[in-house]
Write a protein that binds this ligand. Structure first.
Ligand code: PLP
Length: 447
């Protein structure tokens, strides 16, 4: 008989080797780890109990603040009540309740919700729905998907294909066929130090006409954009850009998808950025803020007409061959319902809207500091571009993020050579002041 495997230790303090950390320079991290053990409201706590101000809402997700009591209680209660129900062919009540609540917050006739577990899955789901929608309507030649340079749509093959970040694409082969890209909406020359949506750049939406001329509208299924490109360093949509994109999509029968994985749930002062811009897309992807980061969840909200297009054929046959084991997981639904209650009870989307001028003022106060090339902000987001050190692109921002955590008790993000701040929506004016004062100190420290 083979001998039993040796008992594994259940805790191996200080052994950081086995965990392959995503989107992280592993060797640098393991040499000086940034460990977080606990969180409450606006703060993280390190294993040795140091309080660290969260300037990033985790990763754009803990919009209601950390470990909020009602969300914790809802998750605990649901874990005791229903651990899991099959996601296919069966369902549980909270899935319907949450779908209705999500739909009620969405604009126009976006009123049906497909659940998944992350932003990446939401994006791939939306792209698949777009392709299938045209197919079931007899327009199966519409197979092309249009993304945008500098866009981030997660890490699935669909998402990296329509995404426009070279490092996320270049090692992974040919990706999806038939994808094209709009140009990025950012130009430092024309937009530097704009507060909110820049004046320059609406005309860049017209590039979609060029793409249509090249491929013909009859081959294009959908356009997907972030209303504000977050992961490449906060690129707000230029004034008038999104309505123009909507008009061109309408003209050519192309579906418009807003990837609202980070702009959803209050980040730009509304339930969805679509509302801020007065533009109704055909689909909205969401994740992150739906549960305030507490349990993984994502989803796609679709217009009634899209859902209805699938509701045909024999009643016993599946209408869309797509879904995940953990679609609408009970814990995620319970967390989502408690989170939406909290957003409503505390008026957090309105709070973000009211704080936006204070936030923008504080962000722009960093103009003139050494190596600061541009500052952008919209809603409760800020991106601060730093000049690179010769031959070391990204190192200055990385060092700033590292120093902020280890020496200044602040979590900020480094996205390439951009420092990104996106606090929980419960942030106070005093904490906003503290965040930017600390960021200023850190920028000087890496000069
Ligand atoms: C706009 C956008 N789409 C999709 C994603 C992917 O989400 P996830 O990491 O949950 O897969 C992100 C993540 O930041 C995002 O910002």
């Amino acid at each position: 008989m083979p001998s039993a495997p040796a008992q594994r230790a259940t805790a191996v303090p200080n052994d950081l080797e086995a965990y392959w950390i995503p989107f992280t320079p592993n060797r640098a991290f393991k040499a000086a780890p940034r460990l977080i053990a606990r969180a409450k409201d606006m703060h993280y706590y390190t294993p040795d109990g140091r309080a660290v101000l969260d300037g990033t809402a985790g990763m754009w997700c803990t919009n209601a603040g950390h470990n909020r009591d009602p969300i914790v209680a809802a998750i605990q209660a649901e874990a005791a009540e229903l651990d899991y129900a099959p996601a296919f062919q069966f369902a549980h009540p909270k899935a319907f309740e949450l779908a209705s609540r999500v739909a009620a917050l969405a604009p126009g006739d976006l009123d049906h919700v497909f659940f998944c577990n992350s932003g990446s899955e939401a994006v791939d789901t939306a792209l698949k729905i777009a392709l299938a929608y045209h197919n079931v309507r007899g327009e199966g030649a519409r197979t092309r998907l249009i993304g945008r340079e500098r866009g981030y749509h997660g890490v699935g093959f669909g998402g990296i294909s329509v995404g426009g970040m070279v490092n996320n694409r270049k090692l992974f082969g040919a990706l999806l066929a038939g994808v094209d890209h709009l140009p990025a909406t950012y130009s430092r020359e024309h937009q530097a130090f704009s507060k909110g949506e820049p004046e320059w750049g609406a005309h860049l939406a017209d590039e979609l006409e060029r793409i249509v001329t090249l491929h013909d509208a009859s081959t294009i299924a959908a356009v997907i954009v972030e209303p504000m490109a977050g992961s490449t360093g906060v690129l707000p949509a230029p004034k008038g850009y999104l309505p123009r994109l909507r008009a061109i999509c309408d003209k050519h029968g192309i579906l418009l998808i807003f990837d609202e994985v980070i702009t959803g749930y209050g980040r730009l002062g509304h339930a969805f950025a679509a509302e801020r811009y007065g533009v109704n897309p055909d689909m909205i992807t969401f994740a992150k803020g739906i549960t305030s980061g507490s349990v993984p969840m994502g989803g796609v909200i679709v217009r009634k007409g899209i859902y209805d297009a699938f509701m045909r054929g024999p009643m016993h046959v599946v209408e869309l061959f797509h879904g995940y084991t953990y679609s609408a997981h009970p814990l995620a639904c319970a967390a989502g319902l408690a989170t939406l209650d909290l957003y409503r009870e505390e008026g957090l989307f309105e709070r973000a809207r009211k704080l936006e001028p204070v936030w923008a003022e504080a962000a722009m106060s960093l103009k003139g500091l050494p190596n600061v090339l541009d500052i952008r902000c919209v809603g409760l987001t800020a991106g601060i571009d730093l000049a690179s050190r010769p031959g070391e692109v990204g190192k200055r921002a990385y060092d700033a993020m590292d120093k902020a955590f280890h020496e200044h008790d602040l979590v900020i993000r480094a996205a390439g050579e951009t420092l990104v701040l996106t606090p929980p929506l419960i942030v106070s004016e005093r904490e906003i002041e503290e965040m930017f004062a600390t960021t200023a100190r850190v920028i000087k420290a890496v000069a």
